[in-house]
Design a protein around this ligand. Structure first.
Ligand code: HEC
Length: 130
């Protein structure tokens, strides 16, 4: 009669095996949650800037009557004549009547990512002033 003995051993071992598997899974899950910085900046732009500047950064219609149109970031002339520091100031303080200032909404890392994302729309990448 070896049957009952076997199933008892399986019942004791199964919970231990289950524990090992769940620990391994949660450990792997943590590593997967971290997005690349570029992907994070793209998501940030999509959620906070795209409603005015367009998901593709091409700009849009003025948000207030008589206001300036949201900037088209594909325009190399804009990219060439604006430094990273100026873009950062625009994001923090806003510009004119149409561009809201975001104040302390973004961390320095997030600002860097947003600036890089704005730069990525440039028609002639690589020649913008820094
Ligand atoms: C409510 C609409 C709106 C939102 C949201 C918005 N912008 Fe703007 N943005 C504008 C308008 C309008 C202008 C043009 C302002 C002007 O020239 O007077 C502008 C201009 C700019 C400029 C050019 C400034 C310059 O020196 O000419 C940059 C850079 C910019 N926006 C970045 C961003 C980023 C990055 C975000 C998201 C964090 C964002 N904007 C969100 C409306 C918006």
């Amino acid at each position: 009669m070896s049957g009952p003995g076997k199933s008892l051993r399986a019942a004791v071992l199964a919970p231990v095996a289950g524990l090992t598997v769940s620990v391994a899974l949660s450990g792997g899950g943590l590593g997967c949650e971290k997005k690349s910085e570029a992907a994070e900046a793209r998501d940030l732009f999509a959620s906070t800037c795209a409603r005015c500047h367009g998901a593709d950064g091409a700009g849009g219609l003025p948000q207030v009557a008589g206001g300036a149109a949201p900037r088209n970031f594909h325009d190399h002339e804009f990219q060439r004549t604006h430094t990273d520091a100026q873009i950062k100031l625009t994001i923090v303080n806003g510009k004119g009547t149409g561009m809201p200032g975001f104040g302390a909404t973004f961390s320095d890392e997030q600002l860097k990512g947003l600036i890089a994302h704005v730069r990525s729309f440039d028609n002639e990448k690589g020649t913008a002033t820094k």
